[in-house]
Design a protein. Structure first.
Length: 241
């Protein structure tokens, strides 16, 4: 049955790089296989940080600073509107899970939100385990505000590390009756496996993506085109507009 024809109650939404790309945030891995001019293996693994911490810190300092030059787009704003109106109407549970490390969902107004791959605007202390909010540079070894040790790294989930909030994500997917994937490649696990997980739990599934993803065949319905156009239309449908 089409996801557009049945009123859902509990919704889980997964967003990826395709949502923020329309705001000017580069996708994680471009068509040349690089992320902002670097091999992913050189800036997104624990081994890369151990080998060249100055390069990795500088890379994420630049990404953090770039957030001030981008704004939420229509897709971010529509999802925030759904969050607000769903809660106000007490229509059920809604959880937004993002693979993105930017803060555009928050700036648009989303509140029921989990960052499974970390956040650019947090640091992680490898000494005490604290994860303080962080706006400036991590290059140069600033002290941890909690323990004073100069052991801060970006609070980003790198390849080989466990994504955050997996217990909460599992509970939400098990309880949802609609799972929506927006702007994701369908190639990065464990997020790429969420659609199968949701289907096994009995949920209807919808993909909204610029082009067919690696997992399009797993979805009950797929809509392809710009997120800034399609997401507001879908949100209007869900809210009965």
């Amino acid at each position: 049955m089409s996801a557009r024809n049945v009123a859902p109650r509990n919704i889980v939404i997964l967003t990826g790089a395709g949502v923020s790309a329309e705001s000017g945030v580069p996708t994680f891995r471009g068509p040349d296989g690089l992320w902002e001019g670097h091999r992913v293996e050189d800036v997104a693994t624990p081994e890369a940080f151990a080998r060249n911490p100055a390069l990795v810190q500088r890379f994420y300092d630049d990404r953090r600073a770039a957030l001030s030059r981008v704004e939420p787009n229509a897709a971010h704003r529509a999802l925030a509107r759904l969050d607000t109106e769903w809660a106000a109407a007490s229509r059920g549970d809604l959880l937004l899970i993002t693979q993105n490390v930017d803060n555009l969902h928050e700036r648009a107004g989303s509140t029921r939100l989990l960052h499974m791959h970390g956040e650019l605007q947090r640091a992680l202390c490898t000494g005490c385990g604290a994860a303080p909010g962080w706006q400036g540079a991590l290059s140069g070894g600033p002290p941890c505000p909690c323990c004073g040790a100069a052991k801060l790294r970006p609070d980003i989930v790198w390849f080989g590390e466990m994504p955050y909030h997996m217990d909460a994500i599992a509970a939400a997917i098990d309880a949802c009756d609609l799972f929506v994937s927006i702007g994701t490649s369908g190639a990065v696990y464990p997020a790429a496996g969420f659609v199968a997980w949701a289907r096994d739990a009995g949920a209807r599934t919808l993909e909204i993506n610029l082009d067919p993803s690696a997992g399009t065949a797993m979805f009950d319905e797929a809509r392809h085109g710009p997120a800034g156009t399609l997401v507001p239309l879908w949100v209007d449908e869900v809210l009965g507009r």
